[in-house]
Design a protein around this ligand. Structure first.
Ligand code: ZN
Length: 166
C-alpha cells in the first residue's frame, strides 16, 4: 500500500452524511456505495473540497460549510414567474420538480418549481440548499489515481474509473 493522500488529480471515494443546522439528514451514502469525486475539479462544494485536501485513506472528519463555501447565498433576483403554458403540456409542473432553462446564451440553468398558483409557476434558480450551512460527516473510503479519460473530462467514471460513460 502506498501512502495515499488527497491531492489534485486523484479520485476520492467518500462516505458522507449531510445534515442541516436543525440536524435533519438531507443526504447520505449510508447503506450504498461511496460517492466518487475528482479532487481539484470543483465536483463538490468548495468548502468540502478544501477540508479534504491532504487527508488520508480512512480519515473521518466533520466539516461545517458556510453558504459562501457551499451552494451560495439565496439571490432573490434568481426567482421568476412564468405562465404554465410555457411548459410542454405533458410536463408535470409541481412544487419540487426540476427543469432546465435555456439562459439564451447557450448555458442550461437548472431551476426548481417553488410555487404554482393558477396558471402562474414560480421558478427558482437558486440551489435548494443555497443559504444553508452544510454539516458533513465524512469518511474517506478510497483514494485512487484518476484515469486519463477522467482527468480529461474533469469527473470520475464510477468507483473504479471504468464505468460506462453517461
Ligand atoms: Zn466523463
Amino acid at each position: 500500500m502506498s501512502e495515499a493522500n488527497v491531492v489534485d488529480g486523484v479520485v476520492v471515494l467518500l462516505h458522507y452524511t449531510l445534515k442541516n443546522d436543525e440536524g435533519k439528514v438531507l443526504d447520505s451514502s449510508e447503506g450504498g456505495d461511496p460517492l466518487p469525486y475528482l479532487h481539484g475539479a470543483s465536483n463538490i462544494v468548495p468548502g468540502l473540497e478544501n477540508a479534504l485536501k491532504g487527508r488520508s485513506m480512512g480519515d473521518k472528519l466533520d466539516v461545517t460549510v458556510s453558504p459562501e463555501e457551499g451552494y451560495g447565498n439565496r439571490d432573490p433576483e434568481r426567482v421568476v414567474q412564468v405562465p404554465r403554458d410555457s411548459f410542454p403540456a405533458e410536463a408535470t409542473v409541481e412544487v419540487g420538480e426540476q427543469f432546465v432553462m435555456d439562459s439564451g446564451q447557450g448555458h442550461p440553468i437548472p431551476v426548481w418549481v417553488t410555487d404554482v398558483v393558477d396558471d402562474e409557476v414560480t421558478l427558482d434558480a437558486n440551489h435548494p440548499l443555497a443559504g444553508q450551512a452544510l454539516n458533513f460527516s465524512i469518511e474517506i473510503a478510497g483514494i485512487r489515481p484518476a484515469t486519463s479519460e477522467e482527468t480529461t473530462h474533469g469527473h470520475p467514471h464510477g468507483l473504479t474509473g471504468d464505468e460506462a460513460h453517461h
